[in-house]
Write a protein that binds this ligand. Structure first.
Ligand code: CS2
Length: 502
């Protein structure tokens, strides 16, 4: 039978036509619900994470006032607007593991606004009394955050654009939109909405608060004070490995489940969200669907450290090392015993000593689960996805661990090898001489410095906004980085790895 186009009308027929495991939304949507969440940056991760939790709330707990209005700020979001728009904003999440696949149709995204079509509509939506939460997956670069000074990069042309009162109705950046919407809420006597960052950054809520308040202070100090005193920005740890959708994901969804979906998602069964219980305008009962709501910011920090250093840190060597060695997918890299041992030993011997103990969390079991998750072949997680935008990753996932390893006088040479793999990756040529695309907002500067520096890491380490001052002055660190970079440049990744394995 030919697959059926995903939309409201076809839902029950889709289920009736197959014996494959499919779940569909059976709750009210459209005008029958309120959109309590506005989400900026509707990509694969949001659709496989927050939107899945909200789907469960709507499906199993009768929640009707927290449906999601998706927002795209970037010109490239036009694809998402059209894909979702063509199918009543429904989409499929296929959870895949060695045990098999389940297709879950999501209905929690109720509508979608593409800002370049109508920027005013986005501001009005956020300022609407029904909106209680504005959540974000805008990637590290969307925060305009200087790692070194911890300040907003206010000199950025987009931020400058949004600071100009002539552009009040046509902002470009997330902070421009949040600021305008907050100003309207205050005028209307409403509470601020809670801003929930779902990006991979240690202290993501704290950073979001700081950036927005700094932005506001440059425009209107009184409003900045209002946001700072009344607004809530819970810190959160988010986790679900979500590959980019590949063309084959659509064809196999059609073949295996009879669903024609223009932009489905394939992901792993595992998902986790730990968030501080700080909401200033109400929240849905997230704890009912497995979200770990914690009282204390320290708890979130601890979970974040575990996740960012163990999962994302390991992903860095798998991605940069794997790309240089000529691999395409994460699971392929994990089939190579050298990488498997390296990842395990980096977690166990270098990262673990820098991590706090969390009651009820067994770090060794967590590490074993990670090895399994990385090895999950059916999700086909592509290395370029993880390689992209290293400037937002290595300074977050690797450098702080090195700094702490130095502090606790533990070993850190595998961590340095990982950073060196990124430095070498920046040239865009793998160990077999094959060129690949390097994606990074700082590409030009990175490549100029990488070329100039050669096997001397100092050129790149001098970028203060990424690396600060501290590590560069540590002789042992610089020597270890230099050795690793020399080895990788001379011998390639695969020949160098054995030196880093016990
Ligand atoms: C990856 C993450 O892009 C990356 O750096 O490590 O996207 C990773 O898949 C997620 O953080 C998993 O939760």
């Amino acid at each position: 039978m030919s697959p059926l186009k995903l939309n409201n009308q076809n839902l029950s027929q889709i289920v009736a036509a197959t014996s494959a495991p499919i779940e569909i939304p059976t709750y009210p949507r459209g005008n029958a619900v309120k959109e309590g969440i506005v989400h900026i940056g509707v990509g694969g991760f949001h659709r496989a994470h927050l939107a899945v939790y909200v789907n469960e709330l709507m499906q199993k707990h009768g929640v009707t006032d927290y449906a999601i209005c998706g927002v795209g700020l970037q010109p490239f979001d036009v694809g998402m607007r059209d894909a979702l728009g063509s199918q009543d904003h429904l989409y499929t999440v296929v959870e895949r593991s060695a045990k098999g696949s389940v297709a879950k149709v999501m209905g929690s995204i109720n509508s979608y606004l593409f800002a370049p079509d109508n920027r005013e509509a986005v501001i009005a939506k956020m300022a609407h009394p029904d909106t209680h939460i504005v959540s974000l997956t805008i990637t590290e670069s969307g925060y305009y955050y200087n790692e070194n000074t911890h300040e907003l990069t206010s000199e950025d042309p987009d931020i400058q654009h949004d600071l100009d009162p002539a552009h009040d109705k046509v902002p470009k950046t997330t902070f421009g939109f949040l600021y305008q919407a907050m100003a309207r809420r205050r005028e209307q006597g409403l509470n601020p909405f809670t801003v929930v960052s779902c990006d991979n950054m240690q202290g993501n809520g704290t950073i979001t608060r700081r950036m927005l308040v700094s932005f506001a202070r440059l425009r209107n100090p009184e409003l900045a004070d209002w946001i700072d005193s009344k607004g809530h920005f819970p810190n959160a740890m988010v986790d679900r490995i979500t590959p980019q959708t590949a063309p084959v994901d659509k064809t196999s969804l059609a073949a295996d489940f009879g669903i024609e979906d223009s932009w489905p998602i394939v992901t792993e069964p595992f998902m986790q969200w730990v968030i501080e219980d700080h909401f200033c305008d109400g929240r849905p009962p997230f704890e009912k669907v497995g979200v770990q709501i914690v009282k204390n910011v320290k708890n979130v920090e601890e979970f974040e450290k575990h996740k960012l250093r163990l999962l994302n840190g390991s992903h860095a060597i798998i991605a940069y090392g794997g790309q240089l060695a000529g691999y395409t997918f994460v699971h392929e890299v994990m089939e190579n015993q050298l990488f498997r041992d390296f990842v395990w030993q980096m977690m166990q011997e270098e990262v673990k000593a820098t991590l706090p103990e969390i009651e009820g969390v067994d770090i060794d079991a967590y590490c074993r689960t990670l090895i399994e998750r990385f090895s999950n072949p059916p999700i086909r997680d592509q290395l370029p996805r993880i390689c992209s935008c290293g400037t937002g990753k290595i300074p977050q996932f690797i450098m702080p661990t090195i700094a702490e390893a130095i502090w606790v006088t533990g070993p850190f040479r595998r961590l340095c090898f990982t950073a060196a793999a990124w430095f070498h990756y920046i040239h865009g040529v793998d160990d077999n001489g094959k060129k690949f695309e390097v994606v990074d907002p700082m590409l030009e500067e990175l490549q100029t410095r990488a070329r100039k520096g050669g096997t001397n890491p100092m050129e790149l380490l001098q970028i203060k906004s990424l690396f600060g001052d501290d590590l560069r002055g540590d002789k042992r660190f610089v020597e270890t980085m230099t050795t690793a970079l020399e080895e990788i440049s001379r011998d390639g990744i695969l020949k160098s790895l054995p030196k880093y394995i016990n």
